[in-house]
Design a protein around this ligand. Structure first.
Ligand code: ADP
Ligand code: MG
Ligand code: MG
Length: 909
């Protein structure tokens, strides 16, 4: 049977390895990279020998009631023998014993989610051997007490599924150490002497016997298999499972287990351990960057027990004078490490995150992986690696995620300051960037405080639609409950606001206006907090924020340029004012895809004229009011045309139902009636006439211009008079007039003829040449179905995917705060359709409309101006279906440039 031939274990060490970097599925990221570092001919780095038990064993283990494949025990013995030969020590031997670490590692890194146990194989029998071998009794007892601590916590408590008694064994043992330190009046662990450590180990063992009813295992094999089982168990630990849910990691990937011979960074002052990056992960600079600790074991650097030192002058991020860098203390080893990191980066062609240990003057590599980086660093590294010819242009573009680029557009916490303090709690990163503010516990308070000029952070159990005003006023939102699709997360993402949700470690007391953290710290209303919404970290106090400095960031500019080289979609922006248009242009917009004319009417100067026009029930009165509005509209368009010199500008004719311009409150109605000199009953009659049961449907869009052609005439006149005037100033103007909400060919024809008549008249009079287009929005399902007929008239299509989604689904964007969170909870929907195009639904409509439209006009220009124009996965879809451009809000323009370039590269591969 084939089954017996399955290879479950892959060894590495001594310059060769059975695995390699490509085998992450089988060996996990850690195991695969250890094999690569140890065995690849270009690397052959000093990696302590070991072997990796594959993820297949993990799956076998869970499918067979936590049993291993039959051959595994024997295979492990065989592999151990190989390691023993390479190292020259024997596992369990009383003279020259080998110790191992048992390490977890899944296909994708799951930081802090699974377990690793060090110093496995220390028993009363082997201890004496090691003491003789190393001549360092203190070191051995320190290693022993670490093993007892890790093992009792990970194997005896967590993996065994035992409900922690009291504080849990880890805390209990910590307390024992604290007690002894107090008695001896010492502060640092390193000041514990041999006697202290021996004493600690004995008390530990007694405590363990008392808590678990069985002794700490004094047999090396039992320790090894206990540890292996615990690593496999940790795959299904609570933390790991919920992490997988959030990250979308499948349960059946499983973890691998690497058993590796130990090297010791805690053997004295010629030993050390550290973590380093081949480039600076905070800003992307191409400089070797890292930290280390002398006389310490692995987890000490990360655990924050002792403050690590910089490995070189460059890495000295504290303001204190640099005292003991690795470069100064161990110059030869530093040089060796420096060379290795260089080779690693060249080999992997990406920034590497490296774990190393120095044992008694000899350097070992314990891990490498692609290093995490923030948005600023990602952009700089991508463009610099491309220029160094380390990676291709396409690779550089794929190295930056849209979310990382988004980080560059928001204020963020100064990363150097952030590194120096610990978060008080963590939640899910639901809205990017950093924010600082004072705590408030209700939406009303948020609004009140903000209107007094205070910066606030709204802290809630969870949010609901009633909180939206307060959420808007707040710098950031923090909730104790809810996931990435909760109300707070959806709303914040829509606004691009900093937000952290699901922070279960805080306990909110609304009555007393305070919250308590897990460790018992109390935060009251008015206390300052700082949030990192990109990471989900919450800090006490006010950390300094760095404002985005995009326009001065040369790496950003260069990176955007290579994206532009590759992409095929044009990127336009939705802008209603010269100011917005100008920002968008600086961010790379190649035109305006949607200029909404109604926003101009809401301006207080003009709303009066607008209302006069709406209330008029005679044509003549309406025209009078419209003529007064015309110069305003014209000057708005002039401003926009000027800013958009040389680029197309799509202007949409009046779209919302007219009642939106009329007052709703009684008092305001009386005021208006007085102002217009009409009787209140007349006003009320008119309001009633114009009212819509559903404000999203009915008498709006092109229907306004059809019942009141004079509105379309006035707007067309304003557009073309502005265009002609600006074109005379040596500015290139390309107006595109867009008819909204059409569902029938005759609607288009009716409006088209008016617009064209006015255009010809105005341009003819001016005696200049001006190119223009007249097109339509496609936002009703019917428009999609008759798109071929509409295309007989329309010179371009622009998809209004917001309305199209609304009409297709039967609910509006505002429902995001009402029933949709419940839909997500019950998994009816997994995505917000107003944010991510539903490719089987609304996307299918988009496709049909394009096919029908181009069946009549093969070159028909087609774009999209809905919310989806700024959503990367939707952009990929628009690229695939052959659109000409996407239009999005100004600050999404860079993201759209990146996403459309990535779409090209993805469709190539
Ligand atoms: P994580 O996935 O949490 O980073 P690791 O398996 O990398 O866990 O182990 C944590 C730390 O333990 C490592 O950074 C390393 O310093 C130390 N470590 C692991 N294996 C060994 C070993 N064989 N010798 C010395 N230190 C080790
Ligand atoms: Mg590690
Ligand atoms: Mg619309």
């Amino acid at each position: 049977m084939r089954k017996n031939n399955i290879k479950y274990i892959y060894s590495f060490g001594g310059g060769i390895a059975e695995g390699n970097e490509k085998m992450k599925d089988l060996l996990g990221g850690k195991g695969a990279n250890l094999a690569e570092m140890a065995g690849h001919p270009n690397l052959q780095l000093p990696v302590p020998p070991g072997f990796t038990i594959s993820t297949e064993v993990c799956n076998f283990y869970y499918q067979n009631k936590k049993k291993y494949p039959k051959s595994l025990k024997k295979n492990v013995d065989v592999e151990l023998l190989k390691v023993e030969k390479l190292v020259g020590r024997k596992f369990g031997d009383n003279k020259n014993p080998l110790l191992v670490s048992v390490r977890s590692g899944a296909r994708r890194s799951m930081p802090g989610m699974m377990e690793t146990i060090l110093n496995v194989g220390l028993t009363t029998k082997t201890i004496t051997g090691i003491i003789k071998q190393t001549g360092n009794e203190r070191f051995v007892y320190d290693a022993y007490r670490r093993l007892i601590m890790m093992y009792s916590d990970v194997v005896m408590e967590k993996a065994a599924g035992i409900e922690p008694k009291g504080l849990g064994i880890r805390k209990e043992l910590d307390l024992i150490i604290d007690e002894i330190k107090n008695k001896r009046k010492i502060i640092k662990d390193t000041d514990l002497n041999i006697l202290d450590l021996k004493n600690i180990c004995e008390i530990f063992k007694k405590k363990i016997l008392e808590v678990f009813g069985k002794p700490f295992p004094d047999n090396h094999k039992e320790q090894l298999w206990g540890s292996i089982g615990a690593v496999f168990s940790s795959w299904n630990g609570k933390r790991a499972v919920s992490y997988r849910r959030i990250e979308g990691i499948p349960d059946d990937w499983g973890t691998a287990v690497t058993v590796q011979s130990m090297v010791f960074g805690n053997m004295g002052n010629d030993s050390a351990t550290g973590v380093a990056f081949t480039r600076n992960p905070n800003n992307g600079e191409n400089k070797f960057f890292g930290e280390y600790l002398i006389n310490a074991q692995g987890e000490d650097v990360v655990a924050g027990i002792r403050t690590p030192l910089p490995i070189n002058l460059y890495s000295n991020s504290s303001h204190k004078k640099l005292t003991h860098s690795l470069e100064n203390e161990m110059p030869v080893l530093y040089k060796e490490l420096y060379k290795i990191q260089n080779r690693l980066e060249k080999h992997y062609r990406d920034m590497q995150d490296i774990e190393f240990t120095i044992e008694d003057g000899k350097l070992y590599l314990l891990q490498c992986r692609i290093g995490k980086r923030n948005g600023i660093a990602a952009v700089r590294m991508a463009i610099e690696m491309y220029k160094e010819k380390l990676i291709s242009k396409d690779e550089a573009i794929m190295r930056v995620t849209p979310a990382q680029l988004d980080e560059l557009l928001h204020p963020r916490i100064n990363p150097i300051m952030e590194k120096q303090i610990h978060p008080i709690a963590k939640g899910l990163p639901a809205g990017p960037g950093g924010a600082v503010g004072m705590i408030v516990f209700s939406a009303d308070d948020a609004e009140k405080w903000a209107s007094d000029g205070k910066k606030v952070i709204l802290v809630r159990e969870e949010t609901s639609p009633e909180d939206v005003h307060g959420m808007h006023s707040a710098e950031a939102i923090l909730t104790a409950k809810g996931g990435m699709t909760s109300h707070a997360a959806l709303v914040a993402r829509g606004w691009g606001k900093c937000c952290i949700v699901g922070c279960s470690k805080i306990h909110i007391d609304y009555k007393n206006k305070l919250f308590t953290t897990h460790s018992g710290k109390i935060f009251k209303e008015g206390d300052w907090l700082t949030l990192n919404g990109s990471k989900g970290n919450i800090y006490a106090g006010e950390l300094p924020l760095i404002e985005p400095d995009l326009f001065r960031n040369k790496y950003f500019k260069e990176f955007m340029k290579i994206c532009d080289d590759v992409r095929l979609l044009k990127i336009r922006t939705n802008a209603d004012s010269p100011e917005d248009a100008s920002i968008a242009r600086k961010l790379g917009a190649e035109g305006i895809g949607l200029c909404r004319t109604e926003h101009m009417f809401f301006n207080p100067d003009r709303i009066k004229l607008m209302r006069k026009m709406i209330i008029a029930d005679k044509y003549e009165d309406r025209v009078l009011a419209l003529n007064e509005l015309l110069p305003y509209q014209q000057s708005d368009f002039e401003g926009i045309f000027k800013v958009m010199n040389n680029l197309p500008v799509t202007i949409r004719l009046l779209d919302p139902p007219l009642n939106e311009f009329l007052p709703k409150e009684e008092l305001k109605k009386i005021e208006l009636a007085e102002e217009l000199g009409i009787h209140i009953s007349l006003l009320e009659k008119r309001i009633k006439q114009l009212s819509e049961a559903n404000p999203m449907l009915g008498h709006r869009g092109c229907r306004l211009g059809i019942t009141y052609p004079e509105i379309t005439e006035m707007q067309s006149r304003a557009i073309f008079q502005a265009a002609v005037k600006i074109a005379k100033q040596e500015i290139k103007v390309f107006p595109e007039v867009m008819i909204p909400l059409v569902g029938d060919k005759n609607e288009v024809k009716h409006q088209f003829e008016i617009i064209e008549r006015i255009a010809k008249e105005v341009i003819g009079k001016s005696k200049i040449k001006l190119k223009y287009l007249i097109g339509t929005m496609i936002e009703l399902p019917r428009a999609v179905l008759v798109a071929d007929k509409i295309a007989e008239w329309a010179q371009f299509f622009s998809y209004g995917t917001n309305d199209l989604t609304q009409m297709a689904y039967g609910f509006s964007r505002d429902d995001i705060g009402s029933f949709l969170p419940g839909y997500f909870e019950q998994k009816i929907f997994t995505q917000d359709p107003f944010h991510n195009l539903d490719q089987n639904g609304v996307g299918e409509l988009v496709k049909i409309g394009i096919q029908k439209g181009r069946s009549v006009k093969p070159d028909l220009k087609i774009g999209i101006c809905g919310e989806h124009g700024g959503d990367p996965s939707s952009i990929e879809f628009f690229h695939k279906v052959g659109m000409n451009y996407v239009s999005c809000s100004p600050f999404r323009v860079p993201i759209a440039r990146l996403a459309s370039a990535q779409a090209v590269i993805k469709s190539k591969n």
